[in-house]
Design a protein around this ligand. Structure first.
Ligand code: FES
Ligand code: FES
Length: 165
């Protein structure tokens, strides 16, 4: 067992774990964060996605001892209960069906929008391609991402919009 300290959504946590334990298990079982889901456990579906260093990462295959940077989970997108534009867009577009994959959809989309504020349809499809949804919500995911991108742009102060323009 090792004592490992993690920074998650702005808070610091110390856990006693086997170093090879997947990060997902620590997030869900020790820290009680239920945003990231256990889907395949093999790095193939995306349900367990979190963001580390700006990248969407599959926490089910990531040894907890390898994590050196802050982790953002779905819960971290809405501090103080204020919804992130992606979460609001998900509601407005009624994206989820069973909901199981939706953590992965939103977190993957978040990492993309942080790098590409106005993605094309092709960029969205390419980025979201490996985040699987058995309920086939893909078209609504794409529509919601575009809605969120617009909402984020609209919320920018005028000076920032001019810089973008
Ligand atoms: S549960 Fe991690 S990729 Fe499927
Ligand atoms: S909403 Fe059911 S798996 Fe995606």
């Amino acid at each position: 067992m090792s004592r490992i300290t993690l920074k998650v959504n702005g808070s610091t946590h110390t856990v006693d774990v086997e170093p090879a334990t997947p990060l997902l298990y620590i997030l869900r079982n020790d820290l009680r964060l239920q945003g990231p889901r256990f889907g395949c456990g093999l790095g193939q579906c995306g349900a367990c996605t979190v963001i580390i260093n700006g990248a969407a990462v599959r926490s089910c295959i990531l040894p907890v001892s390898s994590v050196k940077s802050e982790i953002t989970t779905l819960e971290g997108l809405s501090p103080n209960g204020r919804l992130h534009p992606l979460q609001q867009a998900w509601i407005d577009e009624q994206v989820p069906q069973c909901g199981f994959c939706q953590n992965g959809q939103i977190m993957t989309a978040k990492a993309m929008l942080d790098k590409i504020p106005h993605p094309t349809d092709a960029q969205i499809r390419e980025t979201m391609n490996a985040t699987l949804c058995r309920c086939m919500t893909y078209y609504r995911v794409q529509t919601a991402i575009k809605r969120a991108a617009q909402a984020i742009a609209d919320a920018q102060p005028p000076s920032a919009k001019e810089v973008v323009a």
